[in-house]
Every structure is written in structure tokens, then in C-alpha cells.
Design a protein around this ligand. Structure first.
Ligand code: ADP
Ligand code: MG
Length: 279
């Protein structure tokens, strides 16, 4: 799909973020619906840089678990717009507030899709860095897709040991060969796994895990709870598999967290999908 922005009609606002606005739009000729994220060039420079980064990342990604971006528009004024697939059931955040908490089988279905998205991103060296219910889009088929790449990061290897360090390779520490496997970037990729754990716990409890229901986030309290407290745990009634799954995500020591691809084989997911997986 490629067509000029003039062929689109704005039908309403889907969401306001920090700086940009996401509109529900319709392509006049085909009546097909899309989401259009618009950021003005004359606004906040940080927001502007973020939408450019998001554009660059969405151009690189091609996965059923990552929101699709079909077209980007740039005006001489500097305005940038991203034409994305329209996710007609909103976000996991709005679903949680409109229909209540999710059961374990529902969460397993959701989790599997997020993990497929994360393992795709991580394999392409992309760290999302802002995974949370309002950045996970849903459609009527209960397909879940990762969105909002404004603060994501593409990891690049700054040194290529085998080219620039010929002869001294034998003395290099493991993480200099493979930072992802040995620890150099643990707060990177595995940071997304922590966020996934908190997201799932929130979808199960109905409120953000580190705060009692209804309490407004006070950042100092929250930071202390996250840094100095124990990771949150599930109430009684949760299955052992779900409990163990969250335990694998919510390790404070990042090196103890499981990777996205390893988590896809966790008993919590295997329990609901016994070899029936096609993609
Ligand atoms: P921000 O960086 O401003 O948070 P997001 O990409 O998260 O931008 O979009 C803000 C909100 O707009 C989302 O939380 C969601 O409610 C809505 N939205 C964004 N993209 C889509 C989409 N493709 N389909 C439907 N709603 C969307
Ligand atoms: Mg967002």
C-alpha cells in the first residue's frame, strides 16, 4: 500500500502520547482503515527525534507480532506521519480497564505473542525499552502486537574483535565477543523481559504490581520498591507454572532472567500449546 496522505480522511483520535497524536484514518478509495501517528516538526525536538527513530525501526521490522508501518509521510515543514495497521481493539491497557483482568489461559495466549515479538526484536538487535500495557496493541482476533518504538535502541557492535583485535582475541573477556550472551548489555535486552513480567502481573492483578490498587504512582516510592524491595509475587490461586514463569522474568539480577526465546518453551506456555504451533 502506497498512496499520498491526501487520500486519507481523519475519522477520530485513537490516542495522545507525549507529543504526537494517533488518528484513526480511512483511505477514501478503498475504505480501508489505518492508524496515523503524527508528530509536528516545530514541536519538542525530543519527540521529533523519537518519531524518526520509530520510523527507522518500523522500516526494518517485518513480523506479525510487531505493528506494521506501511508508509511514512514527511512534509517540508518537518511534520512526520507514520501510517500503521489499525488495531481495532485498542491496547492491553484499555482492555484491562474495560473488561477486567485476564485469566491464565488468556495470558498465556497474550504472552506467547509478546514473546514472539520480543524474540524477533532481540534477534534483530532491537531493545524496545518501553514495554507496557499501553504499548501493546490488540485487534478483534486477539492478536497482540508490540508498538511505540520511540525510545527503542538498536544495538550495534562497536568493536569487531576478529578484525580489529587480531592476535589479542585470546585474552578478551567473553562479553567482548558476545555482549548479548555474556553480560555486557544485560540491562538492555533483559530489561524488556522484566517489563514483560510486570505487564503480565498487572494484567492478572488489575493494577500496577508495586502499588496497592488505586494508588497514584509516586516515583520516589516506586523507585525504592523496585530497587530495594523484593520482586512482586502473585496472590495464592495462581498456578505453579504462571508463578514460575513470572519468577523467570522478575529476577532483579538481570543475568538470572530468561531470554525471550527460552521463555517461549516455558511450561506456562507449553501447557496451553502442545506442539500446535505453526509460526
Ligand atoms: P506514544 O509514544 O505517544 O505513547 P503510541 O504509539 O504508544 O505513542 O500511541 C499512543 C496511543 O495511540 C496508544 O496507546 C494507542 O491507544 C493508540 N494507538 C497507537 N497506534 C495504534 C494503532 N496502530 N492502532 C490503534 N491504536 C493505536
Ligand atoms: Mg505509548
Amino acid at each position: 500500500v502506497t498512496f499520498p496522505a491526501a487520500e486519507l480522511e481523519k475519522l477520530g483520535v485513537l490516542g495522545h502520547g507525549n507529543g504526537g497524536t494517533v488518528y484513526k484514518v480511512q483511505h477514501k478509495r478503498t475504505s480501508k482503515l489505518y492508524a496515523l501517528k503524527v508528530v509536528h516538526g516545530d514541536g519538542d525536538q525530543t519527540v521529533y527525534r523519537q518519531v524518526l527513530r520509530e520510523r527507522d525501526i518500523l522500516r526494518k521490522t517485518d513480523s506479525p507480532y510487531i505493528v506494521r508501518c506501511y508508509e511514512t509521510y514527511e512534509k517540508p515543514s518537518g511534520d512526520v506521519a507514520l501510517l500503521m495497521e489499525y488495531m481495532d481493539a485498542g491496547t492491553l491497557d484499555t482492555l484491562l480497564h474495560n473488561r477486567g483482568t485476564f485469566s491464565e489461559p488468556e495470558l498465556a495466549h497474550i504472552t506467547r505473542q509478546i514473546l514472539k515479538g520480543l524474540s524477533y526484536l532481540h534477534a534483530h538487535k532491537i531493545i524496545h525499552r518501553d514495554l507496557k500495557p499501553s504499548n501493546l496493541l490488540v485487534n478483534k482476533n486477539m492478536e497482540v502486537k508490540i508498538a511505540d518504538f520511540g525510545v527503542s535502541k538498536i544495538m550495534s557492535r562497536t568493536l569487531d574483535p576478529c578484525n580489529s583485535y587480531v592476535g589479542t582475541c585470546a585474552y578478551m573477556s567473553p562479553e567482548r565477543f558476545d555482549p548479548n550472551a555474556y553480560g555486557g548489555n544485560y540491562d538492555g535486552f533483559l530489561g524488556d523481559i522484566w517489563s514483560l513480567g510486570l505487564t503480565l502481573m498487572e494484567l492478572h492483578l488489575g493494577h500496577f504490581p508495586f502499588l496497592p490498587p488505586g494508588q497514584r504512582p509516586d516515583w520516589a516510592t516506586l523507585m525504592c520498591a523496585i530497587c530495594f524491595g523484593d520482586p512482586p509475587t502473585l496472590p495464592s490461586g495462581a498456578s505453579d507454572e504462571f508463578r514460575s514463569f513470572l519468577d523467570c522474568c522478575l529476577q532483579k539480577e538481570s543475568s538470572k532472567r530468561w531470554s525471550a526465546s527460552r521463555l517461549l518453551d516455558h511450561p506456562f506456555l507449553v501447557k496451553y500449546y502442545q506442539g500446535t504451533d505453526s509460526c
